[in-house]
Structures are given as structure tokens and as C-alpha cells.
Write a protein that binds this ligand. Sequence first.
Ligand SMILES: [Fe+2]
Ligand SMILES: [Fe+2]
Length: 135
Amino acid sequence: MIAWDESLAVGVTEIDEQHQAIIRLINDLAARQGQAEEADAAKALAFLRAYLHDHFDLETELMLDLGYPELDAHRQQHELFANHVIFFEIEKEFGVVSEQMLADILVFLKEWFISHITQEDKALGEFVRVQAMSG
Ligand SMILES: [Fe+2]
Ligand SMILES: [Fe+2]
């Protein structure tokens, strides 16, 4: 269970709202552990598929607008995330959705959240703040 607090805030409202949405997905999946069904996997993957567009596009546009120096490295991390989602989609397409797969998605999302959002996304938020103050 991940609880939202200010320490997780990037400081850009739209980004923070989307991060809160992924926390909700993580917590929903965690709550369903042990009783999850194929529908849960389909729902989670549909969410992640939409997230790739809505969320990463939003961050990328912001980075492009600001001439963010870490753009390439940040984008690479997003691509890594996208590749994981594709991997899960293929697994779902060709395999039987299992508890193990849902557990894998959950572990992946938690790790992603902890490392990417608390480091790269927060660094971006900091850059946005500094730019706003100097501009
Ligand atoms: Fe990001
Ligand atoms: Fe993000």
C-alpha cells in the first residue's frame, strides 16, 4: 500500500494527479492479490496502455518546452516502462493470465514508482520550479 503525501509531489498539478492515479492502480492490485482474475489484468494493462500516452506525452512535452537537459535519459526510462507493458501485453495475449503475472505487474509498478517518480520525475519538478522562479 502506497500512501500519497507531499514528499511524493512533483509540484506540477497535472503530473501529480496522474501519479496519484497510478498509486490507485497499485493499491487496487495489491488489495486484489490472491483473488485477482483475468479481468484485473486486462484492466491494469488497459490503464497502463493509456498511461503511456497521457502521462509520458505530458512529461515529454513539458521537457521539450523547457529545454530540459535530462530529456533523453528521462525518455529512455519511459521507453523501458513501455517495453515492460508490451511484454505483459504479449504475455496476456499468448498465455494464461495467472496470479504470478499480476504479482509481477505489481512488483514492477512499485519498483517503477519508487525509483522513477521519486527521482527522475521529482528532478523534473525541481527544474520546473527553478525555471519558474528565474523566468
Ligand atoms: Fe517520467
Ligand atoms: Fe511521471
